[in-house]
Design a protein around this ligand. Structure first.
Ligand SMILES: [Zn+2]
Length: 137
């Protein structure tokens, strides 16, 4: 099972700032913190990982960078591909789909690439949208 490696602790870091440099958007951030923490993602992933490993599977966390902005058809990475929270529309090739579905495709691909790299002994997995020039080694 492949999931985005969301840094829940980073996302929920305090916006309070310091006395010399007070934080901005403290009220909005504390509301966001509550909603992130309420999801209980940490516990959920721990339990999921435990259950998977008991059954011979594995939970693989992938770098979430560009998973929502990469076109699964042509590979173009652009913030403009993301028309709204729900809609993905590639400015390069015109591919359109539900944004969550595009994210799931990209997480699956990045996870499989990461697993393949781990099994072949390669050191760094590619994140979604990373393209290597085949002529450069
Ligand atoms: Zn495209």
């Amino acid at each position: 099972v492949y999931v985005e490696d969301l840094k829940v602790s980073n996302m929920s870091a305090s916006a309070g700032g310091t006395k010399e440099s007070p934080g901005k958007n403290v009220r909005q951030k504390s509301g966001l913190n509550r909603s992130i923490l309420d999801q209980g993602w940490y516990s959920f992933f721990q339990m999921l990982s435990y259950k998977l490993e008991r059954g011979g599977g594995k939970l693989i966390k992938v770098n979430p960078k560009n998973t929502s902005r990469t076109c699964p058809r042509c590979g173009l990475v652009s913030a403009e591909n993301r028309k709204s929270q729900a809609t993905f529309a590639c400015i390069g090739c015109g591919y359109r789909s539900n944004a969550d579905e595009v994210g799931a495709i990209n997480v699956l691909r990045a996870g499989r690439a990461q697993l393949a790299c781990a099994m072949s002994g390669a050191v760094r997995p590619l994140s979604a949208g990373t393209r290597r020039d085949p002529l450069q080694h």
